[in-house]
Design a protein around this ligand. Structure first.
Ligand code: SF4
Length: 458
């Protein structure tokens, strides 16, 4: 079934949806499985093995911290970062961890209980993690293998070959391709956003859908605003300075002096994307859009629409619903995981979603929306994932700003045309998937290639 708007836009914590949120969710899910099997009370040790990309960039992406917090009962949507920090400090100091709510307290040492298996890539997916629960005598009580497949989505071994089904009742328009989406919308005489709306109100009441969409926008806005107030260096040792606050001050100064600049809007778009991604890199609260690494692009373009085009609530909802329809196509037919297809699956997909959302909000036809989404991805094909130090900082933060500007440009190109074009969105999605399959593993969130090896960390 196609992913819905609330599957793709989720509240979570940085720095990574696949390497932080996914593992935290997997740990929580393992605890639930232990409780269901009636063995939770007898657990004396939990061992976690991280494979391939999760191990290779897991330290920079805080995967170990995410696993520990998941075992301690934290979940991405509700986590309080200050509380989480305090818990991590307590666990490290005391060597004791209480397994979720109602579980036993066990001895815990991250050094002994988290195994980093970077050289082992499981055939299903590069982001794999295995949990084993043992009793006091060292007997295995239960074990489970999970895959963090991008955007915070987690599937277990059994689910891997079946498309992960979003929760809730069946939807009336389960489009499997862009072509189907366009045909369904034309048959119904509705926009892509209206079609998505009908899907969403099969799962929630109309008021709940509107409130949820508005909450997504508010969470994105809050993240931008928080990022604009922060200073100093980002965590992780790269000594990357936060720039959003300084850029904000400079742009505000220029505005106050009425300094005219025909491209000033782009400066603001860049700023808003940087702000969110700096928040993400520091472990702050962000909305996956569709991933954490690409979390700044869509909020920047949405705010561009809101501020520079005087968009209202209806336009913002149209933007988000349309963007989600496009994101669902990538999730279903390609991937939104940098470890699977490189950054084209993260920033590339976010760019495509934002281009479509903006085009819809500005009154584009369904054909123009499809065209905008296609243009945006076409010029992200082959984009590699090579984060320096395994941190979601360089090139990720600036890449969101560049992607946001590209999304606006793609939308403008599409809006000038009539929607007719030679490469369909379905073809570009298939090309992105194939390009990802052909991409050397060193460019897929391993930090073994590209900038990650050509820039010396200091
Ligand atoms: S390079 Fe792209 S895919 Fe890789 S971590 Fe950064 S944002 Fe994510």
């Amino acid at each position: 079934m196609s992913a819905g708007v609330f599957d793709l836009f989720k509240l979570g914590v940085g720095p990574s949806s696949s390497h932080t949120m996914g593992p935290m969710t997997a740990a929580a899910r393992f605890l639930s499985a232990l409780a269901e099997q009636g063995v939770l009370a007898g657990v004396a040790r939990v061992e976690t093995t991280l494979y391939a990309s999760l191990a290779m960039t897991g330290r920079g992406h805080a995967t170990d911290r995410a696993v520990i917090l998941g075992l301690a009962g934290f979940e991405p949507a509700t986590i309080d970062p200050d509380d989480a920090e305090a818990q991590l400090a307590h666990i490290a100091e005391s060597g004791r961890l209480t397994l979720g709510a109602g579980g036993p307290e066990i001895a815990y040492s991250a050094a002994d209980d988290i195994v980093w298996e970077g050289r082992t890539r499981l055939p299903q997916h590069p982001n794999a993690l295995r949990f084993r629960a043992l009793d006091g005598g060292g007997q295995v009580l239960a074990q489970a293998l999970y895959f963090s497949i991008g955007g915070g989505f987690v599937v277990d071994e059994a689910q891997f070959d079946a498309p992960p089904a979003p929760s809730g009742p069946a939807i009336p328009f389960d489009f499997a391709s862009a072509d189907e989406l366009l045909v369904m919308a034309e048959r119904e005489g509705v926009s892509i956003a209206q079609l998505m709306w009908r899907n969403e109100i099969a799962r929630r009441t109309p008021d709940e859908v509107n409130a949820g969409l508005d909450a997504i926008f508010e969470a994105m806005e809050a993240c931008i605003e928080r990022g604009l107030r922060q200073d100093g260096c980002l965590p992780g040792g790269l000594k990357v300075r936060r720039r959003a606050r300084q850029h904000f001050n400079e742009l505000t100064r220029r505005m106050e002096r009425n300094i005219s600049d025909p491209l000033a809007a782009l400066d603001w778009v860049n700023l808003w994307a940087l702000s969110v991604n700096e928040e993400n890199a520091s472990g702050g609260k962000v909305v996956t859009a569709p991933t954490n690494g690409a979390a700044g692009l869509l909020p920047a373009v949405l705010r561009f629409y809101d501020r520079f085009h005087r968009g209202g609530a209806e336009g913002r909802r149209t933007f988000l619903l349309t963007a989600a329809a496009i994101g669902a196509l990538y999730k279903r037919n390609a991937s939104i995981s940098g470890a699977e297809v490189g950054c084209q699956g993260e920033v590339g997909v976010a760019c495509s979603m934002a281009a479509a959302g903006l085009t819809a909000a500005l009154g584009g036809t369904n054909a123009q929306i499809e065209n905008a989404a296609e243009i945006a991805m076409e010029h992200n094909l082959g984009l590699t994932c090579d984060p320096i130090g395994g941190l979601v900082q360089v090139p990720c933060i600036e890449r969101n700003a560049m992607g946001a500007v590209k999304a606006i440009d793609a939308s403008r190109l599409a809006l000038l045309g009539d929607g007719q074009h030679s490469v369909s969105l379905d073809k570009v999605i298939a090309t992105m998937k194939r390009t990802g399959e052909d991409m050397n593993e060193i460019y897929k969130e391993t930090s073994l290639g590209g900038l990650a090896v050509n820039v010396v960390e200091c």
